[in-house]
Design a protein around this ligand. Structure first.
Ligand code: B1M
Length: 232
């Protein structure tokens, strides 16, 4: 993917389509500064933060994911790509957060125990904040005790859990069972997400909703909070 004469490319001189493709290459090569520059250029050209996120950043990360799966890329390279993506996301974060929105509700979110993938979770958090939710992020590798403690302390409307590995997604049930044991399952809406999950899995572990992406998470969160408030 790397261009031999990459240093010669002036991002601002590229057509928008070429720029997006170059950003995919830069993300692939873990070039954070270039990803930040490309992000800024697209915004200057009138792209919305959401479009930059979906087309340039998530689009690029999808290519990384495919090559990781196919054994073309390895953990260190993927980590560099992830860091480049985070650098771009940092520019978009304040733009995705609407100014002056009233708090719509509160969410505690974390990636489950054994799992260190946090890009998707961070995106969900950003989009939720953008929609006016207060978000408490517990980070990665979160065990049931940490979730329970945070629920007691923060009293959110929603618990969100993320898992990217088939080996860690069953831990969501451990957390939900721990909530039941503590007599607090019904006090919170539980939403789950992550690439290997699906609707059926969400139901099987006893979550209120499975969300396939961050935009869905926002819609579902708004709806469930509204329903719960209307019910009393
Ligand atoms: Co990992 N990894 N990884 N990885 N990694 C995957 C997940 C994998 C599918 C790659 C592959 O083989 N194709 C594979 C899992 C296979 C499986 O389980 N069947 C895998 C593997 C195997 C591993 C390791 C085991 C590799 C190894 O060590 N040999 C290891 C595990 C470490 C661990 O967690 N214990 C590992 C490590 C890593 C890195 C550290 C290098 C890095 C993570 C960096 C980071 O997150 N800070 C990494 C990455 C980047 C990936 C891929 C390439 C990209 C994940 C990502 O960020 N996607 C991934 C391949 C892939 O998914 N295509 C892969 C972009 C993100 C925006 O999407 O996270 O799906 P996603 O989030 C979406 C939705 O899923 C949803 O909304 C988000 C935004 O729309 N969503 C939620 C997510 N969480 C939600 C929570 C909600 C709601 C919606 O709550 C309400």
């Amino acid at each position: 993917m790397s261009e031999e004469h990459e240093d010669d490319i002036i991002l601002a001189e590229l057509e928008t389509d070429e720029l997006v493709e170059q950003m995919w290459d830069d993300l692939y090569d873990g070039l954070g500064e270039e990803v930040v520059e490309g992000t800024n250029i697209l915004l200057e050209r009138g792209w919305s933060a959401k479009q930059v996120l979906d087309d340039a950043l998530v689009g690029g990360m999808n290519i990384v994911g495919q090559d990781f799966r196919d054994g073309i890329l390895f953990v260190p390279e993927v980590l560099m790509a992830a860091n480049a993506m985070k650098a771009g996301m940092a520019i978009l974060r304040p733009l995705l957060a609407e100014t002056g929105a009233k708090p719509v509700g509160k969410m505690v979110i974390g990636t489950v125990k054994g799992d260190i993938h946090d890009i998707g979770k961070n995106l969900v958090g950003m989009m939720m904040e953008g929609a006016g939710f207060e978000v408490v992020d517990l980070g990665i590798n979160t065990d049931a005790d940490a979730y329970i403690e945070a629920l007691k302390k923060e009293r959110p409307d929603i618990l969100g859990m993320s898992a990217l590995l088939t080996t860690t997604m069953p831990y969501m049930k451990v957390v939900i069972d721990a909530m039941k044991e503590a007599g607090m399952r019904e006090d919170f809406i539980v939403m789950v997400g992550g690439a290997p999950l699906n609707e059926e899995f969400g139901k099987a572990v006893g979550a209120d909703a499975y969300c396939r992406d961050a935009a869905t998470a926002v819609e579902v969160a708004k709806q469930l909070v509204q329903e719960r408030r209307a019910a009393g």
